[in-house]
Design a protein around this ligand. Sequence first.
Ligand SMILES: Cc1cc2nc3c(=O)[nH]c(=O)nc-3n(C[C@H](O)[C@H](O)[C@H](O)COP(=O)(O)OP(=O)(O)OC[C@H]3O[C@@H](n4cnc5c(N)ncnc54)[C@H](O)[C@@H]3O)c2cc1C
Length: 288
Amino acid sequence: MTLAVPTSLDDAVRLLDEHPDAMLLAGGTDAMVEINDGHRRPASLVIALNRVSDLRSWRHDADAGTVTIGAGITYTELMEPPLATLLPALAEASRTVGSPQIRNAGTLGGNLGTCSPAGDGLPVLSALDAKVRIVSADGERDASIHDVMLGVKRTSLEPNELIAEITLPVRSGWQGYAKVGVRNAMVIAVASACLAVDETNQSVAIALGSVGPTVIRCTEAEQHLASAVDWDTGVVDHDAIGRVGELVSAASSPITDHRSTAEYRRHAVGVLARRLARRAFTINGVAA
Ligand SMILES: Cc1cc2nc3c(=O)[nH]c(=O)nc-3n(C[C@H](O)[C@H](O)[C@H](O)COP(=O)(O)OP(=O)(O)OC[C@H]3O[C@@H](n4cnc5c(N)ncnc54)[C@H](O)[C@@H]3O)c2cc1C
């Protein structure tokens, strides 16, 4: 196979337009595993993105209250301040990914490009209603993260399109990520959840991973929790947190596979949501 190493986004886009069957390669931590396992045939052309500087940078727009992350930003970069301070849930999710080697090579764009239901970055992108900038030789378009993630390893990207950057709001309010796996480290999530509080709008977002074909937003649980919070004090009744767990479990749509059973996943994701809610708010009443 031929390897192209463009250094500009324009060149990468042009190459992809000329070779729509080409394989984009960022950190290679998903793509090379798929090739090595025989699940993917090497494309005639591989376009390496790691030297495209536009994909390797990020910016904070304080006036707009947003952070825009190039698709080639790695988990290691997301874990460290200032990015970790601006986007704490994404930093927390990044710390749970693989090993230091995987976090040094693996990128947020690659996580979205693969679009596994277990991708650790994806519940955070969903909870924060990320905007994805997609580029091709035809131009660029902005898409809601909810319209990009279609199903198991399925995105709405056309063959000649690539993910350039992802824009997230800088929220005032607690946010975090939690996952359950079959061990404590180097583990693909059996169930995962991100909870993000928006104090300005007095709302809560909850997104789930590994319990459906793609990330699931739990609007009923979100509304229940937001309406149960005393926004002046940040206090929530213990019973309301229990109900959030039930609503989250009910919103999940898990399967049984080699990693876990549907029943365990449904239970676990409710526990994760309750734990996150307890970290986000002060609980009034008897602890479980
Ligand atoms: C040992 C090991 C442990 C892992 N642990 C975890 C884990 O705990 N959590 C987790 O979420 N993942 C984990 N992964 C999976 C992987 O590391 C992540 O999904 C990572 O984010 C992939 O990024 P990458 O840059 O390596 O992508 P690549 O492998 O280079 O690409 C992945 C896919 O995205 C496409 N792509 C890449 N960049 C773009 C772009 N800019 N635009 C459009 N498409 C693009 C590629 O063509 C490919 O289809 C693990 C992998 C390994 C090997």
